[in-house]
Design a protein around this ligand. Sequence first.
Ligand SMILES: O=C(O)[C@H](O)[C@@H](O)[C@H](O)[C@H](O)CO
Ligand SMILES: [Zn+2]
Length: 299
Amino acid sequence: MSSIKVQCVVKEKNRIGESPVWEEKEGTLLYVDVSGQKVCRWNPDTNHIQSIQTDAYVGSVVPRRSGGYVIGVGTRFAAVDWETQTIKIIAHVDKDKSNNRFNDGKVDPAGRFFAGTMGMEVRPAELERGQGSLYTLNTDHSVRKHFDQVDISNGLDWSLDHNTFYYIDSLSFSVDAFDYDLQTGSLSNRRVLYKLEKDEGIPDGMCIDTEGRLWVACYNGGRVLRIDPATGKRIETVKLPVDKTTSLCFGGKDYSELYVTSACEGMDDAWTARQPEAGGIFKISGLGVKGMPPYSFAG
Ligand SMILES: O=C(O)[C@H](O)[C@@H](O)[C@H](O)[C@H](O)CO
Ligand SMILES: [Zn+2]
């Protein structure tokens, strides 16, 4: 008997909720509202949300070892000082592409911040294709471009042995893998790991569990998938009461709960009436698997 429970824990609607990160020390969940242009921090004990406004779309937020956070905002990497509520630009990318913005990002096991860009959407998942690139913000604040021709740069994570990088370019409808060199931060040997089925929607955010399996949030699919990278097979599906599930991370006690963000942007009144929790954040408990603590940017 499965005892999986799905619960909407953050009722406040995000236009595009994204980039959830569990903060163990504070017991809080960090996330962004991409087009709502804010970085938020939710405390499950008090149900209180703190936020800071950004001046452009904010694709992701990651913790920083020296304190505060780093974000991908517009086409810039920037540092957030949470105490003083100030944002300082670190580096600029895609300078020739004024219509671009950062999307999903995550820190690698060596403390580098990986984040990708995309063109501006006219409607969800509709945009000029191939405008994005995948970047690394190194700990010395230099920027490296790994590749371009990306449609919607999205979910990413590293294998438990750090030798593989998993990556989603949403409009390819696949989860890809690369060989990863942790010493140099280099990617090579791209291949497709899993192709989504039609009814599964668009692959969006992704995270790994302690068994090395991947969890993928499916935009317009209303579900999260568990993929075994060893076989390339889907081994579990958990459905949610909203279609626009965007991203996910493990958190809570011992990282045994899966937090899933969602979006409501692009939904008409009838759709919103059917799914009143769209834009909220969900907690899935009883999965029987745990996740990994996030890495912090080391620069
Ligand atoms: O959630 C994200 O990653 C993007 O910011 C969104 O724009 C959606 O992903 C996209 O619309 C469908 O892939
Ligand atoms: Zn995403």
